[in-house]
Design a binder for this molecule. Sequence first.
Ligand code: SAM
Length: 398
Amino acid sequence: MQNNSPASILELPPADEYALAHSRILQELICAEIRDHGGDISFARFMQMALYEPGLGYYSAGAVKIGKSGDFITAPEISPLFSICLARQCAEVLSELEQGVILELGAGTGVMAGDVLKALQALDCLPEIYYILEPSADLRQRQKLLLEQRLPDLLSRVCWLDALPAEPLRAVILANEVLDAMPVRRFRLHSDKIEEMHVAWREQRFHWCQQTADDELEQEIRKITQLSTTDFCEGYTSEINLNLPPWIKSLSDCLQQGLMLFIDYGYSRHEYYHQQRYEGTLLCHYRQRVHSDPFIYVGLQDITASVDFTAVAEAADSIDLKVAGFTTQAYFLMACGLEQIMHEQGDLADLQRLELARQIKILTLPGEMGERFKVIALSRDLHTALSGFSLVDHRRRL
Ligand SMILES: C[S@@+](CC[C@H](N)C(=O)[O-])C[C@H]1O[C@@H](n2cnc3c(N)ncnc32)[C@H](O)[C@@H]1O
């Protein structure tokens, strides 16, 4: 998502009656879950329901979410140049793979799939199949409509999956801003104990409450804090995605040979659990405004947490995937030939050229998406050198 300055809750645009009624139904369902669990649930469960509850969660329901008229804008929505660069990296790998395919996870509106396919067609390097695994029925529908309109001749190559393929693939697996949309557990550090932040319902609204961390959470947090040089203050609060290792393992199980490319906002671990980030990394997006209260507009706003890229690398290491590169979005795009691609855009009118220059700024400037967003590559059995990491590779920071 593009970086907007944080909004105070009072500055958020009002939701209409229909949207509020929808939110109340989801709210009641979460309240029932809280009652069934004796008065509170983990934040991960709350986030799971708020985002993915069938028919009601933010990603499952029908409102426009991504793009100018939605709640946030992602890189492929900002500029096709992003997907053209990504396609160049895919082409390098696909040319090494026999009957290689692409598998995109969480394809949003489908814009990236369309632009990547178009760019690969121009490079004469189309994948046998472009698989999309999209848990949201609404987004899947939007993807189908968009690709039918934009790429009717390539539609037969696109295949939507309900689950990861059972047979291992020779593939490039792509996920742009998917990891940040995964439910996280929230914890708080005290001098003598670790607590997990849970969610309760009191006086007509959701509240934070604390529970003693279970053994799994405690063990993981102790590992992080003992290895860290950060001076954690009393009450230091942050997030952790304990589902990341099993998720990467499930992707690894279906990758016979190839590459996973994850693009997302986040940090290496020592930056993630930094003393200055003592309130964690949760962010909510509603109509292009950013704030940090996940308990309002439930089901109407996106909830995200930054990605701990060291955790991604550790998960890969433990299952024999190679961490093949780690860099910022700006360096990745430039190394994939962003400037050259811009010059190849043919005879453009001045206004169009200015517009492309504006898009490049958003994708690459440090104060925009350039540094906050990182790209990590995990590979299996690949010999191709990856151009995207040829300018700067920050693997040592992980
Ligand atoms: C922030 S949106 C990003 C959409 C798109 N990739 C883009 O860049 O515009 C997050 C996407 O991830 C999907 N998603 C969430 N969890 C997922 C999972 N476990 N596997 C695949 N997709 C997932 C959501 O349904 C949604 O399409």
